[in-house]
Design a protein around this ligand. Structure first.
Ligand SMILES: [Zn+2]
Length: 414
């Protein structure tokens, strides 16, 4: 199906050539065209420009016409960090936390990541798929056009493969672009005495099986006190490099263990969380190939400090912002809300948030040549807003769904 979208009040985040990413001062700049049109052919962006210059060639006369009715057009959000495939929600732990129980006390009552692991074990692959599909369909309607999903609620070979198979089915059966990450090293199961002992199993048993089944795009590990140490993280980075698979690392959420420096040395694709950063951590990111990824939804829900987004930009670095959608610390995948939150709590201006949730998160999924902007040759994953006074209004009006139409691969979804 080929389409022309007319009467676009503002076509946002246009690019002549796909940028690798946007960093430093440039994060505050977003290119746009007012009173614009957009042509889509075979699911790919074919051409765009000002309405005044709109010409139709003979074969474009048959294109389906969509009237944007003065709404704005954005590239879909790219959400580069989620744990969307999980079993049950964890609202009981939430209430315990509201009542003042600590994370450790909740874990003692059987809560936390290990709680999510139990619910994965109980569910069949089909049940897990249905639950996850419902969540993905909701996110599509909220403007997300590409998403990364991690395993990590299995922590044994059968359950990890169950999650990764569900991710594969979502890839095959939904119009959204999905990347799959193996996070076998998410937490240490109770039956293991040390992180090393469990990691031996991850590296020697799980990874070969998962590679054999061709189930993953990336490898991840949670580098944090009480989880996996620097030595464990190095082992994961080495095996990923050997397998020619890029790594994305959870680190610096509560402590800086030196993982940022290590991850950049191994050209990790992204380092995620970064609430706690020292000077050396920042310096290792300069001139690296690694995208710093911030997850404000988790800080909001847990009531803990936010990453210092302004400092990254001040040092000339890029930042990406993702939802971290998961049942324990961020039960929300709505990128509109995450964007508002980034303005309100991390003091970013809308342009910086747009770059952080499109081009830069596309890079953090290895998709910068296909998604993340309005650029000829990129996939036509976009949304059309309702009539809004300016794009600042999207971030100001944080509680209303202002999206009118969703288009993925050139096809209207909603
Ligand atoms: Zn996470």
């Amino acid at each position: 199906m080929n389409t022309i979208i007319k009467n676009i009040k503002r076509l946002v985040q246009v690019e002549e050539k796909p940028a690798k990413w946007v960093q430093g001062e440039n994060m505050s700049k977003v290119q746009f065209i007012n009173d614009a049109y957009l042509k889509i052919k075979n699911g790919i962006i074919e051409e765009f420009g000002e309405m005044n210059d709109l010409n139709l060639t003979k074969n474009q006369e048959s294109y389906e016409q969509i009237d944007a009715k003065n709404g704005m057009v954005f590239p879909s959000y790219c959400d580069s960090h989620t744990h969307l495939v999980f079993g049950e929600t964890r609202e009981n732990e939430f209430i315990d936390r509201v009542k003042g129980l600590t994370y450790q006390e909740i874990a003692k009552k059987g809560g936390g990541i290990l709680n999510s692991c139990r619910s994965i074990q109980i569910l069949s692959e089909d049940e897990l798929y249905e639950k996850s599909l419902e969540r993905i369909n909701k996110l599509i309607r909220l403007g997300t056009g590409a998403i990364e999903i991690k395993s990590g609620y299995g922590l044994n070979i059968e359950s990890e493969i169950k999650i990764l198979k569900v991710i594969r089915r979502l890839k095959e059966n939904t119009p959204i672009t999905i990347k799959s990450t193996f996070l076998g090293a998410h937490a240490i199961p109770q039956e293991f005495k040390t992180s090393k002992e469990y990691l031996d199993l991850v590296i020697n048993l799980m990874i070969p099986k998962i590679i054999e089944k061709d189930l993953i795009d990336f490898i991840d590990i949670f580098c944090e006190e009480g989880y996996f140490n620097l030595e464990d993280t190095k082992r994961i980075l080495i095996i990923a490099k050997k397998l020619n698979i890029q790594s994305k690392i959870h680190l610096n959420q509560f402590n800086s263990l030196g993982g940022v420096n290590l991850a950049t040395k191994y050209n990790a694709l992204s380092v995620d969380h970064l609430e706690v950063m020292n000077d050396k951590d920042f310096k290792s990111l300069v001139n690296s190939e690694t995208m710093p990824t911030l997850l404000p939804g988790c800080s909001f829900f847990l009531g803990i400090p936010y990453a210092n987004a302004r400092e990254f930009i001040k040092r000339g670095l890029p930042i990406a912002i993702a939802s971290d959608y998961n049942p324990g610390s961020a039960p929300n995948g709505n990128m509109n809300f995450i964007s508002s939150l980034s303005c309100i709590k991390m003091k970013l201006i809308p342009e910086e948030v747009i770059n952080a949730t499109t081009i830069n998160t596309a890079y953090a999924m290895g998709l910068q040549n296909n998604l993340g902007s309005i650029c000829v040759g990129k996939k036509a994953n976009i949304f059309i807003t309702k009539k809004i006074p300016s794009y600042n209004y999207l971030y100001y009006n944080y509680n209303e769904n202002l999206i009118d139409k969703i288009i993925l691969n050139g096809k209207i979804i909603k």
